[in-house]
Design a binder for this molecule. Structure first.
Ligand SMILES: [Fe+2]
Ligand SMILES: [Fe+2]
Length: 474
């Protein structure tokens, strides 16, 4: 169980380490200051029906109640320690998992933790304004749940920085509150976390695509030989599952609503569909193309000596590392990566150690493809002849082997000029954004009501009815 009697709820026996406790209690008001500035706009007095962790066991960890978000019990929750756990890959394979930071990996580990930690507050900043245009109280509650949990993920990483990295760690923890998504002088570390999330379709796409990158990064770090990192990531993953649920069902409900209207009115042309106040499938495809390609960049370069080092050092594993059947050292293994040679995309085998980013990206793509086929089923069931597709891996990329190339969604290598001619058939144009935002000019705040552009969900939160008052504005 989690100790809620302390100022900072935790299951790491924080009270026993006074110095650490004081350092974190010092960081806590700075975090709240950040939340007031950069958390959801105008939300501080709302009573929100939120879940709070009460234990770290995979089942039954949540308690639901009304809470004002600034009073959310952000805290430090690690999965319980397994005394027998070992480093499961790389050159230290077979050694007991590290309970302290190995000196030689100190700066590398710190960078890994800071990079992960930086994404958490970034997404809250990106979603700051969306509460003002929510399609229902149900959806408003869900975005707030995502936001408070991203706040807690920041706490999870800050705990590691404070506990294991001394003064450097404390400075990094402050810097995590100082960077701002999209800021020109002090931006967030990774590209996708500086892109705006201007509307709810973008929000659902973000939680489907980009929170799932979060899942895969956390899965890789949950394999880490540095045991406290592995344990904190395992618990974060249980929260992440909800974020991806919000994204997948959110996009699914938008598709469903569009299909209902298309079917009922027997319409197919995008402009006709739009005229009825729903989002045409072509625009949904463009959002998909954008969020998918921007998120693929988060995995980094296809061939990367950093990725090899992280693995060989035992710091960051592969997706489901311990379930994979190979030597977990990968010295002699190869992995295929693509590149553009003479205007064509070719595949070649490279040492598997250097291709670990690409491998994690491929694992991610498999899971994404499953989700997209579930969206497709909604369209098929409505009998509408439209196919949602994942663009080619090289489409619209800025990092790795495809960066600097102009690749169509079908995977043709084009000239810059040819690509630019089609750009807004493939990614949303300013006019597309304008249209989507025009549907979301105000919020739908009556219990049980949903905006015209989205279907209601199948069921409410925690078995509550759809017309439950998920948020009280006061
Ligand atoms: Fe997160
Ligand atoms: Fe998340």
């Amino acid at each position: 169980m989690i100790n809620y009697t302390e100022k900072i709820p935790n299951n790491v026996d924080l009270g026993r380490d006074r110095v650490l406790q004081r350092a974190l209690e010092h960081w806590q008001p700075a975090f709240l200051g950040w939340w007031y500035d950069m958390g959801p706009t105008e939300s501080r007095n709302y009573d929100v029906y939120l879940r709070t962790a009460i234990s770290v066991e995979p089942d039954g960890w949540a308690q639901f109640d009304y809470i004002k978000m600034p009073e959310y019990r952000w805290g430090i929750f690690l999965q319980p320690r397994d005394e027998r756990r070992q480093v499961n890959f790389g050159t230290h394979k077979g050694q007991p998992a590290w309970q302290d930071v190995p000196g030689e990996y100190r700066s590398t580990l710190r960078r890994i933790i800071v990079t992960q930690g930086d994404t958490e507050p970034a997404s809250v900043e990106q979603q700051k304004m969306l509460g003002l245009s929510c399609p229902s109280l149900y959806d408003l509650r869900n975005i707030f749940q995502v936001n408070v949990e991203e706040g807690r993920h920041l706490w999870a990483m800050v705990y590691l920085l404070h506990r294991y990295f001394g003064r450097d760690g404390r400075e990094e923890a402050e810097a995590l509150l100082a960077r701002r998504s999209g800021d020109t002088d002090n931006p967030r570390i990774l590209g996708a976390f500086n892109e705006p999330t201007p509307d709810w379709l973008a929000f659902y796409m973000f939680t489907f695509f980009t929170d799932r990158d979060g899942k895969f990064q956390l899965c890789a770090l949950a394999e880490s030989g540095f045991d406290p990192l592995a344990r904190t990531c395992r618990f974060m993953l249980t929260e992440e599952a909800h974020h991806m649920f919000v994204g997948e069902t959110g996009v699914g409900r938008i598709i469903q609503r569009t299909c209902e209207v298309m079917k009922e009115k027997k319409l197919e042309t995008p402009s006709d569909v739009r005229a009825l106040g729903v989002i045409d499938l072509q625009t949904i495809q463009k959002y998909l193309n954008f969020h998918y390609s921007v998120t693929l960049d988060l995995y980094g370069s296809d061939v990367s000596s950093n990725a090899a080092n992280y693995f060989t050092s035992g710091l960051k594993g592969r997706f489901r590392e311990t379930k994979l059947e190979d030597d977990h050292v990968l010295i002699d293994a190869f992995y295929p990566v693509s590149e553009v040679v003479g205007g064509k995309i070719v595949t070649k085998n490279v040492p598997a150690l250097t291709a670990l980013n690409e491998r994690l990206r491929d694992d991610y793509i498999d899971e994404i493809a499953d989700g997209v086929s579930r969206w497709q089923r909604v369209i098929d069931q409505a009998g509408i002849p439209f196919r949602l597709t994942l663009p080619h891996k090289g489409f619209h990329r800025e990092i790795g082997n495809f960066a600097g190339h102009f690749i169509s969604p079908e995977g043709e290598v084009l000239t810059e000029e040819a690509w630019k001619k089609h750009e807004f058939e493939w990614v949303p144009s300013p006019k597309d954004y304008e249209f989507v935002q025009s549907l979301m000019s105000g919020r739908v705040a009556e219990p049980g009501k949903f905006a015209n552009w989205i279907a209601p969900p199948l069921r409410g939160v925690n078995n509550q009815p759809l017309n439950f008052e998920y948020v009280r504005f006061n």
